[in-house]
Design a protein around this ligand. Sequence first.
Ligand SMILES: [Ca+2]
Ligand SMILES: [Ca+2]
Ligand SMILES: [Ca+2]
Ligand SMILES: [Ca+2]
Length: 468
Amino acid sequence: MKSLKYIIPIAILTIAVIAASIIGCSKREGFGINIIARNSSLESTDKFGALDTLLVGIDGLEPGRQYEISILHPNGGLISKAKLTASPDGAIPPTALWYDIGLVGQGATANGKVGEGEIDTDVINISAYKIVLKGVGVDVQLPFFIISKAQPIAWASDNAGKLENAFVEGTAVYVSGKQFTANTTVKLYVVEDKDEWANGDTLTDVSETVDTADIDANGNLPTTQVWTATAIELTGANADGITGKFAYDIVVDVDADGVYDAGTDALDNNVAPGFVVQQTYTAGDILLQLASAGYLQGHWTIDGGYQDSYKKDGSNTGRGWQLGKAIYVVWNPYIQTTFEGPPPSEYDPQTYMWQGPTVRVYVCLNKIWTNGDTLVDVLGGYEELPVQYGCANGWKMQAIWYPPFESTVATTDNKFDVVVDMDKDGVYTAGVDFVDGVNTNSYSNQIDGINASTTLDVTDPDVGFKVE
Ligand SMILES: [Ca+2]
Ligand SMILES: [Ca+2]
Ligand SMILES: [Ca+2]
Ligand SMILES: [Ca+2]
């Protein structure tokens, strides 16, 4: 005979299920939903250090439905948010929701303690931060914590030590850091951006020289120039007629052995680019490759996978770990957008300081774009996601359309453009918003983001992509 202690919980569960079905379905839809938080090393965790990246993945959702994911400060203020569509499997793949945790971003003066571009150590808080998922009949949360790790941290910075994620070509790149062992000497590497650093990876410096720095008596890495920002020319098959490669990482080699030692060396940044090199905007429209088939080398290293032709059933998409069949969007802009908005009113002015802006991604019917054109999403709703502070990098592989690729807006030619509405005003803003009107079909493009605006004009009716 079974013990009573097993029977009682089953009885309670049964009553709860009956009660839920009587009261209504709002809570039942939350059953089976699983939110997974990951750090920049892609480990599932509820503890994050300063400058870490929070990634959120969810399953158990209603396929095809849109959900809003918010990151809330312990005081309830909105730090970051995304609006994303669940896949046919009812999942939202891991998505960066908070870059550079602890960084004081736009609107910084409201803080009064540290300024814009500095790391607010008060972000470390004994109370729980929250991931909040909302959708039709769904309102579930997952708490997480910001903790102080003893591990060294470093970041690409300006000459005052303030964090920068983008440098104009030809300007000086500095590195700053803290939490190192006092009075030691470290080596500073500028390396090509990698998304999944493994313990023991060789460090190959791309700057003029491997610099060294002396850690001060307080464990701080004094702000040190490491490079003059350069967009490295690509040659050969991967060049694809495009200017160069411009996403980089910084590694502070603490034990000066020329390899990356996880947990010992400081890295800016693992899953995201440490920084990008950009051109200043001069005039015209900003054309980027955006639409991608979703292709990863190994688990997480992106191969742009930019593609202009998709089969309606999605059979020529989705090749990589956790990448299902879908049209994706990915970009590291080589052009600095002129967008510099104030904190939107929905954000708490205190918590907004800790993140960069969000942007909206639209799939529109292909057209010749003119400043001020209304953006009409052919899928019944745009996606919204955070971008990296100061450089506007989008998340590496963001699914924006799941098969079958059927437009909800009538089309005769099944040609589409992807528009990133940087200023979120619902219209095409020339020189601010990004448009995929570049016609290149490539599975093996190694360039993280491509900009061809110096040679192509947006009035060229080239399509973002076709569905065939
Ligand atoms: Ca090392
Ligand atoms: Ca990286
Ligand atoms: Ca960085
Ligand atoms: Ca706009």
